[in-house]
Design a protein around this ligand. Structure first.
Ligand code: SF4
Length: 148
């Protein structure tokens, strides 16, 4: 799995500080995509398990959630990364442009954002959005937390 970059983010998972990984190779190509640099694997570098473990240690106490922006197309690797995050006591989140992901992936997630980018409908802060942000542990839709 190649990543374009990683960063600390505050808004993608409301009420949590997340270490976010931007995964390369998104096959969806939504018109108006905010991150076309993620469409190819070539823009990134491999995320190795040893480097990932180092980051988990480094961010323990500074972040409480590990977020993958994409990566469901590498489901086996993604699941391994999610397991490792859970074992290190992080919550886990995935932003996917699909309308659903596999039960196996979901079983290792705390939060899941589904739905492709549709400019005319807007993102999670829009009342007309097609995207859904759920807490999978309670099966609750949390879109209201993104409203201004
Ligand atoms: S799912 Fe996200 S990264 Fe992929 S094409 Fe759509 S907006 Fe871009």
């Amino acid at each position: 799995m190649n990543i374009y970059r990683y960063d600390i983010v505050f808004q993608e998972v409301p009420n949590h500080i997340s270490l976010a990984f931007y995964v390369c190779g998104c096959p969806l190509r939504c018109p108006g995509c905010h991150s076309p640099e993620l469409w190819t694997e070539k823009t990134g570098v491999p995320l190795t398990m040893s480097f990932y473990r180092t980051l988990l240690l480094q961010y323990q106490g500074k972040a409480d959630c590990i977020l993958f922006l994409g990566g469901e197309w590498h489901s086996r690797e993604l699941v391994e990364f999610l397991k490792e995050a859970r074992a290190a006591d992080f919550k886990t989140a995935l932003y996917t442009g699909l309308d659903d992901v596999t039960i196996e992936i979901k079983s290792h997630l705390t939060f899941l954002k589904t739905g492709p980018w549709r400019a005319e409908l807007g993102g999670l802060s829009s009342p007309t959005t097609n995207q859904i942000f759920r807490d999978l542990t309670t099966n609750t839709v949390l879109n209201h937390l993104f409203q201004p």
